[in-house]
Design a protein. Structure first.
Length: 146
């Protein structure tokens, strides 16, 4: 059984209660048929009893992040787990990479890992490839090249 809330156009329609069905999609469909069609926009939020709702922007049990499903490549997976090389905080989660951890993530082009904070060795202190170097691997190894 699923509990949840649907609201369409503030002040026009609101439904809070128990969705009937064994799948979230069935519950949402039923709620939409009960009146959400009268509005032009809907906000849907549901949770299966005993299970977390990934994508609601709140940290539920078992989630290491929840960014409201802002999209791929943002640090928080579609199953609300931090992606490798990212740190996520808050509700909704904001995820950032850590330059210097040896993992290439986000906008990083290279990452040599701990102990390589200086620039001019092929990978800058902001984890960007420097002109005249080619970097590869994790942690990155940079060599002079084109």
């Amino acid at each position: 059984m699923f509990t949840g809330m649907i609201s369409c156009n503030p002040g026009e329609f609101s439904f809070k209660g128990i969705f009937i069905g064994t799948l979230p999609r069935r519950g949402i469909l039923l709620a939409i048929l009960l009146g959400c069609l009268a509005g032009t926009g809907c906000v849907l939020d549901w949770e299966e009893e005993g299970n977390a709702l990934c994508g609601n922007g709140k940290l539920d049990p078992g989630e290491t992040c929840d960014d409201g499903l802002s999209g791929a490549g943002q640090g928080c997976s579609s199953t609300c787990q931090e992606n490798r090389g990212w740190n996520c905080n808050g509700e909704p989660s904001v995820c950032t990479t850590t330059c210097g951890d040896g993992i290439i993530a986000g906008a990083e082009q290279c990452d040599q890992g701990p102990g390589y904070p200086a620039s001019y060795d092929g990978c800058s202190s902001t984890c960007q490839s420097e002109y005249g170097f080619v970097c590869s691997g994790e942690p990155s190894v940079c060599e002079p090249g084109i």
